[in-house]
Write a protein that binds this ligand. Sequence first.
Ligand code: TEU
Ligand code: CA
Length: 554
Amino acid sequence: MNKRWWKESVVYQIYPRSFCDSNGDGIGDINGITSKLDYLKELGINVIWLSPVYQSPNDDNGYDISDYQAIMEEFGTMEDFDRMLAAAHERGIKILMDLVVNHTSDEHKWFVESRKSEDNPYRDYYIWRPAKDGGMPNNWGSAFSGPAWEYDEKTDMYYLHLFSKKQPDLNWDNPTVRKEVFDMMNWWLEKGVDGFRMDVISLISKKEGLPDGIPGINGYAGCDETANGPHVHEYLQEMREKVLNNADTMTVGECAGVTLEEAKKYASSSEKELNMVFQFEHMGVDSDEKGTKWCTRKMDLRDLKEILSKWQKGLEDIAWNSLYWENHDQPRSVSRFGNDKEYWEVSAKMLATCLHMMQGTPYVYQGEELGMTNTVFETIDDFRDLESINAYHELIEQGVFKEDELMEALRYKSRDNARTPMQWDDSEQAGFTTGTPWIKVNPNYKKINAKEQLSRENSIFHYYQKLIRLRKEKEIVVYGTYDLLLPDDRDIYAYTRTLGEEKLLVVCNFSDKEISFSLPQEFENSHVMISNYEMTEVKKELILKPYEAFVLEK
Ligand code: TEU
Ligand code: CA
């Protein structure tokens, strides 16, 4: 079974800006995180993925780094970081740093030098090209609207930025760049961190000649065009040899555009590259026919079952899955895939059951364990995320969307839905800050907050706590084989897990309807391992309640 600690872990993602503010400036910080480690210990997680805390001008909230070995002033000091790391380790909690090395900030000293002249020693740290036929070097677009090229007058050339123009792409084909990155990673490992989440790592190797891609609705080719480039596996194998094998590390690659076949290489059990990847197929399950995320279409459950089962069976025994519904880039899953109104609590528990009983390492995004929901955006001024703000301006100006249509989609899918402050209690600003938060607190904080749920046995928090405990206690939850049942059912997601003679049945009703369900004969004498309603007896013929979920153990 190729047992590994990172296969048996449950990871909690912290977006520091919105987690806990310890000094009243309205911005979450490292000392705030340290003050909440006991809460995370109680939840039962054993790894934290820490979104970037490095020095940054915050064009993309820290995913634009100007110094990889210094802490962002707003978040605190390196001493604060060292204290947090030690305090986490004292509690048996490991820390994964967010490694953002597809690009730096344009304020990083490397880029400041690189743009000075064509013969500057740092010139080839980045991707510079002359105009082509009087225009951009190719038709690639930025993930944050507009072209992926910015003209720089000083040397009359363009530089590539797959994200904002303040995030110039590093030239990974330059061995000096790779050495700089590997040295920095080793510096963090020597400080004692336990691994890395690797930002858009599938994009670091660009296709030879930077050829045009297929234009999207905004007229530019998407950054997925550059995914899984010619040398990406070579560079990651070099990283494995020169860095990752220097400690008992855990690694997860965020792989926009990754296919199952590519994932078998990135996350292979041969452990030559990474331990696992974040794939994005299920995050596109409710995209519109234009292929954009800016829509409010509800998914067809059969599509979700097909995608997740493909990944469960596709990586079985040859690689390892990560399991997630949400993160700092996605809307809140209970609003997107569950029901954040009448069936809020049971549907949050149902989603948790469906995900945490699969094979792979589960990721809990801050607030997901409380069932935090999408928030309320009155006007475009309520948004903070450049992806949403840029999309608003570009897509309306281009006439692709009408203003009210796009605002409805932004309210539903904006990344800012995940970035509202963590709701700790029902006091002013949900206990996140004593000041004015950098982004509004969700108005439902008096109902949805950690203090209330810690005091209530059947809360979503305690349900997650039980799921996490089951993963620790039952080897079948980690290593059991997954098999889908009822593939064509539009409302029920049912699957089994098998390990030797042991077997689990997981049943999730993704609808607000009551649905009859016949228990497979082999589970007629089983017992309830966990359920989101008070399920007392196991009968052959059941009526599933709205968003009912349960796990039976044979
Ligand atoms: O995200 C890359 C990425 O794939 C996202 O931009 C995603 O495509 C989009 O947000 C979905 O709507 C990583 C980080 O997670 C994100 O926060 C950064 O903005 C981005 O890279 C650039 O570093
Ligand atoms: Ca603060």
